[in-house]
Design a protein around this ligand. Structure first.
Ligand code: SAH
Length: 213
């Protein structure tokens, strides 16, 4: 688990790439500049870790592209101490970004292998989520609701209604919606029944799966 000056330099270049693509939130950019992304990937991918690309992390899943992570994180507008629910822990990279932004993170992963690996790995880097859960993101985490923000990091064929109902008033849900291609969608809960919806262009994610293996 090494983080060298070379890695740090590559990270600063990545921050510039993400900035050039339109990310302006300085806290998000700082988080990307700080988190050793290469340690979230198998060592064979070392040279790719700081390219703005998604990569395989095992169990047929990917670590999201840094720009996508930054884009979703920026849309959440996290304040320190916010309670945030993440669906799709995967490698834990997005979880680490949320921790750097000062959120209290609850994250759900449905693949046991990834859940185990990431549960061990994140604390080693000093990232302590409030709770990592092995479960199904479609149902959210009712016992810890309401959340200031919810982020879904897999492509959802539809918007699961439990996620909307687990948002605090004023809370934000960021979710890529669609089958093969997803539209990045933001819901803001204005009142118990009133949700504002905004759409932000197309992204590609691995699917949010409905049934466990
Ligand atoms: N945030 C991750 C992205 C991983 S890809 C990262 O930064 O690495 C999406 C993840 O969602 C995968 O790990 C996949 O196993 C998980 N996933 C798919 N369907 C799910 C579901 N119904 N509930 C929870 N996690 C799910």
């Amino acid at each position: 688990m090494k983080d060298t000056f070379r890695h740090k330099g590559m990270r600063q270049q990545l921050v510039q790439v993400v900035k050039d693509k339109g990310i302006t939130d300085t806290n998000v950019l700082k988080a990307i500049g700080k988190i050793p992304r290469h340690l979230f990937m198998d060592s064979g991918f070392l040279d790719h870790a700081y390219q703005d690309k998604a990569f395989p992390i095992g169990a047929d899943q990917t670590i999201s592209q840094p720009y996508t992570v930054a884009f979703q994180s920026e849309l959440l507008q996290i304040q320190k101490g916010d309670k945030v629910l993440e669906i799709g822990t995967g490698s834990g990279y997005q979880t680490a970004v949320l921790c750097e932004l000062g959120a209290q993170v609850y994250s759900i992963e449905r693949q046991h292998e990834l859940f185990k690996k990431t549960s061990k790995f994140l604390p080693k880097l000093g990232y302590r989520a409030k709770k990592l859960i092995f479960g199904d993101g479609y149902i959210g985490l009712k016992e810890e609701a309401p959340f200031n923000s919810i982020i879904v990091t897999a492509g959802a064929p539809f918007v699961p209604s439990p996620l909307l109902s687990q948002l605090a008033i004023g809370g934000r849900l960021v979710i890529p919606v669609g089958d093969n291609v997803q539209t990045m969608t933001l819901f803001i809960r204005n009142s118990a029944k009133d949700f504002e919806k905004h759409e932000f262009g197309e992204f590609r994610f691995v699917p949010l799966l409905e049934n466990k293996n």
